[in-house]
Design a protein around this ligand. Structure first.
Ligand SMILES: [Zn+2]
Length: 502
């Protein structure tokens, strides 16, 4: 491997080996390099000081389905795109600079491997519950129809508490705003799929999730709600503004986008990039953005979107600009919702590209906030069955076939066939009906390639191993060790001086 990058001027002279011309000078990762960089890391760690102050603001980033293998592979993919990389493995995503990291146990009350509803409920209320349920206690049966029972057992979310205390709140997601992760922030339901009234069964008195976003009921409601899911907010008689021939999905005739505008003064509703860019944060107190009928585009496909969509980074920036006007502080949840969807589809390229965009959004949030008063957390709700395998040489394309050091051809399985570094334990990438496929002539780095899966399933599943919690700012040091996922709420509430569960 050839290396060209060296941050340490002291080492550069010792490590640069001239190899003919200055362009191709190579910097080797010599023992001296590792000794010095390791010593520097120790010094940096010793200089770490605990910030035990309380926080004014909390920004919670959730990479939906962003297991640790996803973080590692995204780090390498981003690194390999940089011109001065040393293979890509040494790269770091923005949030990997966090001084404090912990692990979260993601199981739900009734499932070993959870879905996004109970995991986000745990993160945002401090209480674990059953799969499929949003911010209610485990006493509630899934698909419970009674609003009275939901009201009896609902658990207060951090955003509801923040609104009661006069802080501003926001929810940003690339998924539908009514999808499980954003929904758990503002809605209480026995069923995550009851996103609009058309999905709520006859006889049920539980309000649909989109309606609950409008009827938040604490403080002056969410100040910012940006994402997809327009269909859940528009009547089935209203033509969609972006997709001609398509209509909203509500059967009760309610136009919740109009209601947003009438119920909030100084409010705006936007559905495309031009509208989004025209929003002046200084003049806007309540911003609703619904950029797709369903989920927003994947970051990779965003340039081809008909109506134009903002990126996760741009939405994060606008949200902070609006919310930070409140002198009392704010709570913002930002979800990279489609890491999960790409994994379910067995498509590592899009899952990793979504993860890199999450890293960009976190970097922007770090730039736009003060580390003295803003607790920034980056975590995942659950993992996936995604793996990084084999013994590829340093710098081998992360999306590619395994090629071992010193060998000219690809590594072979027991039957003499090459295999890719990335794969899934199950999912739509299964091709084993007649034994493993021959990938020799297949471009596994193509954005649409589906990584091989061991067990055939139409949709790849979540994985049950722990996920990481990265933290910056006041009380970040409380993220240590292996914790229940619900612990994340308790640290955020404590950092904001909120009483847990009240
Ligand atoms: Zn999922």
């Amino acid at each position: 491997m050839a290396y060209k990058q060296c941050k340490s001027g002291v080492l550069a002279g010792a490590l640069l080996l001239a190899s003919g011309n200055s362009e191709s000078e190579t910097l080797l990762e010599t023992p001296a390099f590792w000794l010095e960089s390791g010593q520097n890391s120790v010094k940096t760690a010793e200089r770490l000081t605990v910030n035990n102050a309380f926080a004014k603001n909390v920004v919670l980033f959730v990479g939906d389905g962003m297991g640790i293998a996803t973080i590692t592979a995204a780090r390498i993919l981003e690194g390999q795109r940089k011109p001065d990389n040393r293979g890509g493995e040494e790269n770091a995503l923005s949030f990997e600079a966090a001084p404090y990291v912990a692990l979260a146990k993601t199981y739900s009350v009734n499932q070993q491997t959870p879905d996004s509803a109970p995991t986000m409920s745990a993160i945002i209320t401090g209480v674990k519950t059953n799969d499929g349920e949003l911010s209610v206690g485990m006493q509630v049966a899934r698909r419970e129809k009674s609003a009275n029972i939901i009201n009896t057992y609902k658990v207060k979310t951090l955003l509801e508490q923040a609104e009661e205390k006069g802080l501003s709140t926001g929810v940003v997601s690339t998924a539908r705003l009514t999808h499980a992760t954003p929904a758990a922030c503002y809605a209480h339901s026995s069923e995550r799929d009851w996103e609009s009234d058309a999905q709520v069964p006859a006889g049920a008195t539980v309000r649909d999730i989109a309606k609950q976003l409008l009827e938040f009921g604490y403080g002056n409601g969410l100040e910012v709600a940006l994402g997809g899911g327009r269909g859940m907010f528009l009547p089935n008689t209203t033509p969609d503004p972006e997709d001609s021939g398509k209509f909203g999905g509500r059967s009760d005739g309610l136009d919740l986008t109009q209601r947003w505008l009438t119920q909030y003064p100084k409010s705006a509703y936007v559905y495309n990039k031009a509208g989004f860019e025209a929003v002046d944060p200084k003049q806007t107190e309540h911003l609703l953005g619904l950029f797709e009928r369903s989920h927003m585009e994947y970051e990779h496909d965003r340039p081809n979107d008909k109506g134009g969509e903002p990126s996760l980074t741009e939405m994060t920036e606008k949200a902070i600009d609006i919310l930070s006007k409140n002198k009392k502080g704010f709570v913002l949840m930002v979800e990279a919702g489609r890491i999960d969807h790409a994994h379910h589809a067995g498509n590592a390229f899009r899952a990793l590209t979504e993860t890199v965009e999450l890293s960009n959004a976190v970097r922007r949030a770090l730039e736009k906030t003060n580390p003295k008063d803003t607790l920034i957390i980056v975590t995942a709700d659950h993992s996936h069955t995604f793996t990084i395998a084999g013994y590829p040489e340093r710098g081998n394309p992360i999306m590619g076939l395994v090629k071992q050091p010193g060998e000219t051809g690809f590594a072979k399985d027991s039957n003499g066939l090459p295999y890719a570094t990335l794969g899934y334990a199950n999912g739509p990438g299964y091709r084993g009906q007649n034994g493993r496929p021959d990938l020799s002539a297949i471009d596994t780095t193509h954005p649409d390639f589906l990584q091989e899966a061991l067990v055939p399933l139409a949709s790849e599943t979540h994985g049950a191993e722990d996920v990481a919690i990265f933290a910056f700012g006041p009380k970040a040091h409380l993220f240590h060790g292996v914790q229940e996922q619900s612990y994340i709420y308790h640290v955020m509430a404590h950092a904001l001086k909120f009483e847990a569960g009240r």
